[in-house]
Design a protein around this ligand. Structure first.
Ligand code: M6R
Length: 366
């Protein structure tokens, strides 16, 4: 059932291009350059009149939520708040009847996310679920939603569910932005076409597997790692760090690259691998300065760059090249090498990547 792969996690990483096609199937009409989500058609009024969105989730799903926040705010011009479900449910939050709560959960069984939904419903909010497991408790507790349809995820470390969640959030953004008139037709068409092209770009990103497997051997010694990103890729840095922590037991932190100088830079020395997401987007020049800051302190920089980049190749110790895409879809491509990196480091350390210690696939305890 592992399809020839040694672990489910690796199988699930490699499945992602196909999973995203499944996720988009029937929702994106390429001939008409159009995105439709049935939930958006059925609940148009509720969704279009939302005064704000509140995203509730845990772990990796929360990271997907942070990307969703940027997508929705950028293209739909609606304020979006992202909350850890476990904090939200206990802190007596302000919830308005005009709020739409988006609950994201792969398993659909996470206790804190379920409790956050119940709280939101009690206070009159409309709840939209983004789940993978069909018929689980969370999809049953929501008013409506969209499944990610990426198939069962067995590895405890979430991989394809994360990219599926981001893809659904991207489709939701496109459907809402079009209905609200906050996106130009040109931009809309460009985004739809690029989203459809992502699975092929992921396949290209997967070609870095061998390079990453080799590179991983160097990093098994590390006790601490830093992941830096900006904009849409800041949550990807958080997600890369979480992947490494949970399966390799190496301490890792994700940071917005510019925050480094406000503290974490003190940690940097020649022992510390720093993974920098430095693709060629609006933040490129700023990221180059951030890399220079790390290098000036003898840090070891492994940069994820856009194919053909030469500037960063000269600065970094190692580079992983990735196909170019629109900035807002970079998380879908950039996540791939970070998943592979965590996987290979954990395997080099002899860890059971599918069943890491102390972790369960569904966290049904509070
Ligand atoms: O099933 P959920 O998406 O609600 O799960 C949330 C987290 O428990 C989950 O994402 C966890 O952080 C993963 N093990 C991360 O890989």
């Amino acid at each position: 059932e592992k399809g020839g792969y040694p672990y489910f996690m690796l199988k699930e990483i490699f499945e992602q291009p196909d999973c995203l096609l499944d996720c988009m199937r029937g929702r994106i009409n390429i001939d008409a350059d159009n995105v439709t989500l049935s939930a958006v058609i059925d609940h148009k009024d509720k969704l279009l009149s939302a005064s704000r969105f509140i995203i509730v989730a845990c772990g990796t799903s929360w990271h997907a939520g942070l990307i969703g926040q940027q997508l929705i705010e950028n293209y739909c011009r609606i304020p979006v708040y992202v909350e850890y479900a476990s904090e939200f449910r206990y802190r007596n939050p302000v919830i308005l009847p005009t709020d739409v709560v988006i609950a994201i959960s792969q398993s659909g069984e996470t206790a804190d996310t379920l409790a956050a939904i119940e709280l939101a419903r009690k206070q009159g909010a409309f709840v939209f679920g983004i789940c993978n497991s069909v018929g689980a408790s969370i999809p049953r507790a929501t008013h409506t939603g969209a499944y990610i349809h990426v198939g069962p995820e067995i590895g405890v470390a979430s991989t394809k569910a994360f990219t599926g969640q981001v893809t659904v959030l991207a489709m939701l953004t496109l459907a809402l932005a079009k209905a609200r008139g906050t996106i130009s037709q040109d931009e809309y068409v460009k985004m739809v076409r690029e989203l459809v092209a992502i699975p092929e770009k992921m396949k290209e990103a997967l070609k870095a597997n061998e390079q990453i497997a080799q590179m991983a051997k160097i990093f098994t010694y590390a006790h601490n790692c830093l992941y830096l990103g900006r904009g849409y890729c800041y949550p990807v840095a958080l997600e890369g760090a979480l992947k490494l922590k949970e399966i390799s037991y190496i301490h890792a932190e994700g940071y917005p690259a510019a925050e480094m100088k406000h503290g974490p830079i003190a940690l940097i020395d020649s022992e510390m691998p720093v993974f920098v997401i430095a693709t060629r987007n609006g933040m490129y020049e700023k990221l180059i300065s951030n890399i220079q800051e790390v290098k000036a302190r003898q840090g070891r920089v492994i940069a994820l760059v856009t194919k053909g980049d030469t500037k960063i190749r000269d600065l970094a110790d190692e580079v992983i090249e990735l196909p170019e895409t629109m900035e807002c879809f970079e998380p879908l491509v950039v996540s791939v090498p970070l998943q592979l990196l965590a996987y290979h480091i954990a395997v080099c350390k002899g860890k059971d990547v599918d069943q890491p210690r102390n972790l369960a696939k569904s966290v049904t305890v509070e």
